[in-house]
Design a protein around this ligand. Structure first.
Ligand code: PEP
Ligand code: MG
Length: 582
């Protein structure tokens, strides 16, 4: 096999070397199995049984939907029944089982691949949508064929590099770094959920690799260079050697940063900021001390809602938040209320497919609409806060009304808990995320309602520049250095300081070492970043004089392009910092 190199979007630094594991998110075992003559009838029966089961399941869902929401909402399932009557399912696959003597999963997958290629080439939206229906029905049928192997990623018993079209949040929360050494996905951008998890776990990763699953075979030796966004497949011996050396150097550099663990994030001229951690999955809590996190600036609560059929109860959430309070001790921990929607989507909470989920019923909007989900979470947070300095933060605020309404509901929870005689924290600090341009523009009004603001650049960039954060095709436009973004950040920081309050950033921009001098100079009080990048950000802050950082920030707000912003940073940081950053 010749050595081949592919390019993607670097999502998480470091180098991984290992055999490829091709992951199919639905967990289907679609390997090809030849049938003996006397196995054909058995396979046909197995296929028919799965077909019947699929039909029955769709009818059941149709009935449930009719009961709950009325006839018109059940149309989707009627469409699925029609799809199941298609000759593809009724004739072609059974015929192929007989004539080609192959297993049903393989034949189903093969037909689907051909079918998908045709559908994707069609311009017509109607037909594309029908393609989605066929995919849904096929996935169900595939599951009923019992070819599915659930929790593949959890069951791995060897070290691998994952190659996948995409990894869903439900996949990533169960990943183990004992076996998974790195990953590449075809879709996604630097701030899609999968990229954030990779950084949280400190796993080298590349996203937006377009067609990589068809370029790599299971078991191929691969090198993932997460620093440069390169994948080398079947490397030559000299390439392998070169990367082994690079891997060693990278790991030695990371190790050298461990000495900073107990030191403050303070500039040489004495300006100190808070360097906190973003928590995406619970196992990261055990890493806080090792990396020297000063509390938690963003605790994402979505993982509690994943990989389960129902919403977690108040009690279950209380246990999780109390564990957080116990593990962080005296350091503050900011719990963000549920941010579902966008690329974190749970069918049991929002059964309607939205055509623009990022602009839809996401985060605080969903919570305000469904207090039966929101209130138990708020109550659990208030109760857990009795065990440690927990703060609360609302995501996706776009108007003043949303923040006021959230606070009214929080107050109702406080009154209820009081009445019930429960133990909880009174006077909990409340903050809002600035993730939407409208919120940044009225940061001066929002800050009057809360104790702090935290800038979520992952979404702020997406919504300001109209760039889908998970779409690799427009990733080139996703630019934290864009002057529009810098102005919104500055407006937010200044509004908080004018009100005498603090402001943080928990978007991924805060964890990008290149931007640390600039953000420092803008006056950011708290940087909340993936646990694994804390040491590097601390290193940058400790080498960057605050005076100089302020000069950079002032000048950066005057220049016209992000290239000029980067040049300003490069030309004005001290030489020892330049060597690390550029
Ligand atoms: C953000 O948008 O910057 C953020 C921190 O939230 P999330 O990435 O979870 O959307
Ligand atoms: Mg966000």
């Amino acid at each position: 096999m010749p050595e081949k190199v592919f390019n993607g979007i670097p999502a998480s630094g470091g180098i991984a070397i290992g055999p490829a594991y091709l992951y199919h998110p639905e967990g289907f075992s679609i390997s090809r199995r030849n049938l003996k003559a006397d196995e054909v009838q058995e396979e046909l029966d197995r296929y028919q049984t799965a077909l019947e089961k699929t039909r029955a399941q769709i009818s059941e869902m149709e009935e449930k939907m009719k009961e709950k929401l009325g006839k018109e909402h059940a149309a989707i399932f009627q469409a699925h029944q029609v799809v199941l009557e298609d000759p593809l399912f009724k004739e072609e696959i059974p015929n192929a089982i007989q004539t080609r003597r192959l297993n049903a999963e393989f034949l189903l997958n093969e037909s689907l691949e051909k079918f998908k290629a045709v559908m994707e080439s069609l311009e017509d939206g109607y037909f594309r949508e029908r393609g989605g229906d066929i995919q849904d029905v096929s996935n169900r049928l595939m599951r009923n064929l019992d070819g599915g192997e659930k929790d593949q990623l959890k069951k791995l018993d060897r070290e691998v590099v994952i190659i996948a079209n995409d990894l869903a949040p439900s996949d990533t929360v169960t990943m183990s770094t004992d076996t998974i050494k790195g990953f590449c996905t075809e879709v996604g951008g630097r701030t899609s959920h999968v990229a954030i998890v990779a950084r949280s776990l400190g796993l080298p990763a590349i996203v937006g690799m377009q067609t990589i699953t068809s370029e790599i075979q299971e078991g191929d030796m691969v090198i993932v260079d997460g620093n440069k966004g390169l994948v080398v497949v079947n490397p030559l011996p000299q390439t392998l050697k070169q990367y082994e050396r690079l891997k060693e150097n990278y790991e030695a550099f990371q190790k050298s940063l461990e000495t900073l663990k107990g030191l403050p994030a303070k500039t040489p001229d004495g300006h100190q900021v808070t360097l906190a951690a973003n928590i995406e999955i619970p196992q990261e809590l055990d890493e806080l001390a090792r990396h020297g996190a000063e509390g938690i600036g963003l605790y994402r609560t979505e993982f509690l809602f994943m990989n389960r059929e129902s919403v977690p109860t108040e009690e279950e959430q209380y246990v999780a938040y109390k564990e957080l309070a116990t593990k962080t001790g005296v350091s503050p921990a900011i719990i963000r209320t549920l941010d579902l929607g966008g690329d974190k989507f749970l069918t049991h909470l929002n059964p309607f497919q939205e055509s623009n989920p990022f602009l839809g019923l996401r985060a605080i909007r969903l919570c305000l609409k469904q207090p039966e989900i929101f209130k138990p979470q708020l109550r659990a947070i208030l109760r857990a806060a009795a065990h440690g300095p927990i703060k609360i933060m609302f995501p996706m605020i776009s108007t003043l009304a949303e923040i006021r309404e959230s606070k009214v509901i929080l107050n109702q929870c406080i009154q209820q808990l009081k009445k019930e005689g429960e133990i909880f924290r009174t006077g909990i600090e409340v903050g809002a995320m600035i993730e939407i341009p409208s919120a940044a523009i009225i940061a001066d009004l929002l800050i009057q309602e809360v104790d702090f603001l935290s800038i979520g650049t992952n979404d702020l960039i997406q919504y300001t520049l109209a760039v889908d954060r998970i779409n690799e095709s427009v990733a080139y436009l996703y630019d934290p250095g864009n002057p529009a973004i810098l102005r919104l950040i500055k407006m937010t920081v200044d509004a908080c300081h004018r009100a005498g309050k603090w402001v943080g950033m928990c978007g991924e921009m805060a964890g990008d070492p290149i931007f640390a001098p600039l953000l420092l100079g803008m006056g950011l009080d708290e940087f909340s970043v993936s646990v694994s990048v804390i040491p590097e950000i601390k290193k940058v802050i400790r080498l960057m004089p605050f005076d100089k950082a302020r000069e950079i920030a002032l000048a950066a707000l005057q220049v016209k392009t992000s290239e000029e912003v980067l040049k300003l940073i490069r030309d004005n940081v001290p030489p020892e910092l330049k060597a690390i950053l550029f």
